[in-house]
Write a new protein. Structure first.
Length: 121
């Protein structure tokens, strides 16, 4: 099963099963130099994908843009895909930061507590 997670899910607690995929989508503007990076996934989750997507015109990250405007500097979305690989608990953490900033620094932080259970029999 795919479990979608967005900015509004910050601070939530969720339950997943081994084999589930968590898909985290957070707003990001690559031209600012800030990027969402994983800062914790415990041992029960594995990052299996990380990509930058252009925000669709109706998304708040592209608000104020017209389809005729150039895309340079336009906000987008960072999508992380994580696999629930084993039973247990973890706090999934992402930090919005510059590449050169030390751990613990950053402009913003997003986290979700995840409990992973066995798949149904």
């Amino acid at each position: 099963m795919e479990i979608p997670l967005r900015a509004v899910d910050d601070g939530r607690s969720i339950t997943a099963r081994v084999g589930d995929d968590l898909v985290v989508v957070l707003e990001e503007n690559a031209t600012t130099g800030y990027r969402w990076v994983p800062a914790g996934a415990g041992t029960v989750l594995t990052v299996v994908g990380d990509g930058y997507l252009a925000a669709p015109p109706d998304h708040p990250a592209a608000q104020g843009d017209s389809p005729d405007d150039p895309v340079f500097g336009r906000g987008g979305l960072r999508e992380f895909r994580l696999a629930a690989t084993s039973v247990g608990s973890a706090t999934l953490v992402f930090v919005l930061k510059h590449e050169w900033e030390e751990e613990g620094e950053g402009l913003a932080r997003w986290s979700v507590s995840v409990s992973v259970a066995e798949p149904p029999a």
